[in-house]
Ligand binder design. Sequence first.
Ligand code: AMP
Ligand code: GLY
Length: 469
Amino acid sequence: MLRWLVVGGGAREHAIALALRRAQAEVVVASPNANPGLDRAAVARARLPTDAVEKIVAFARSERVGAAFVGPEGPLAAGLGDALRAADVPTVGPDRDSARLESSKAFCRELLARHRVDGQPRFTVLRTEEEVDAAVAAFAGPFVVKPSGLTAGKGVWVQGSDFAGPRDGASYAKSLLVQGAPVLLEEKLEGEEFSQMAFVTDDGIAPMPAVQDFKRALEGDRGTNTGGMGSYSQRDHLLPFLSTSDRDRALRILEGSVAALRAEGLAYRGVLYGGFMLTADGPRLLEWNVRFGDPEGINALTLYEEGNFSDLALGVANGHLERNLVRFRRRATVVRYLVPPGYGARAEAGGTLEIDEPKVEAEGVHVLYGSVEAVGPATVRLGTGRGVALVGEASAVHEAGERVESALAHVRGHFYVRHDIGTQADLTRRWEHMRQLLRPGAPPSPLPLSVAPPEAPPSSAGPPEQLSG
Ligand code: AMP
Ligand code: GLY
């Protein structure tokens, strides 16, 4: 029986561990928190910060693991992939140099520009205050300010939402420069965001279903950017506003980016996940992430066919893609995170949640534990991060959303959740947003609920599959 090391303590890692367990593999876990879900799934555990590279490698050795799956980006940026491979542990997760695709947005944009990879917004990399002033003065149109380094999705400021005018953007950019790393100024893109993940290894890429993540803290996409409050995926593995041809364009950007890495002598064995904006001119890359999305990875892993995830992942770690094992069920999924009140601004840690798991499961909803600590058999304490993910599955997105809504009746405690994730009203809003970008002034056309296939957006090659059935 293969023994896996899973690194990380969130709901994404819980989903990874469960997928490995369903494939009869054994799991040991290195996580900073006493995650009750991971603790239940694992035969051994070490409480370690995820960037404690040497200690994690020592734990992997002492547990004689056959392979490792690294959940978050931090340890990959710190070189955990390199260190595990040096210790002869095949690992899902790139080496530090390739992890710069995520850990250095400046490296990423400059690499893709050198290799003329399609789908990049206009951008400029700034290293001094003078460069900020000059770039802001010269930048045509609204822009976005991004720290180059890792920020857990929280450091990006968008003009119009996070700051008003160029002058405020410039002062934010300067405040970031003080931290030492470069800052990016990017063209502000309008559209709908989607996440496209793929397994990537030496001999190819294998895409996963497209997912939409809800970045903003509050309902109606208000509030600050967060790590993601929830997500959904559609039965045909597209999204209400995403056609096959637009998804294929995103996959070509992914292939081009992997080819750019290779051309510079950099290998990649792991999951690669693009945050894309679908604009009126097609998909544009917002960022690469070198791991499963959280929560998007939960959608994908929920849909993974009961094949053998362990063999698939081991193949990726060894440089070989077992294509016949890349199979995702044709079902819709909705994830909603239960978070501490104030999450995204000033999170109130310490509240408890009582979860009646059997009743939640009876609604067709799974519980995945994140940044929580167990305090009793059915009680967990929230930290400052995303606490518990509820994932519902059904034939249509709104039905999966309704299941999660019903399951919430079996959770008691002081928490915040975005009730709009996976509702028909929200799907319609996004569909209409994209239609208006493509055909300004077009009369509203409601997104069909569960009968005929929705009208394809004008940019698409063909109608997406019907939403329910
Ligand atoms: P990133 O960490 O680069 O994915 O950015 C976090 C979030 O900021 C994204 O999910 C978008 O909501 C927003 N964002 C990033 N880049 C842009 C852009 N060029 N135009 C508009 N919004 C952006
Ligand atoms: N859902 C956003 C992320 O995983 O970065």
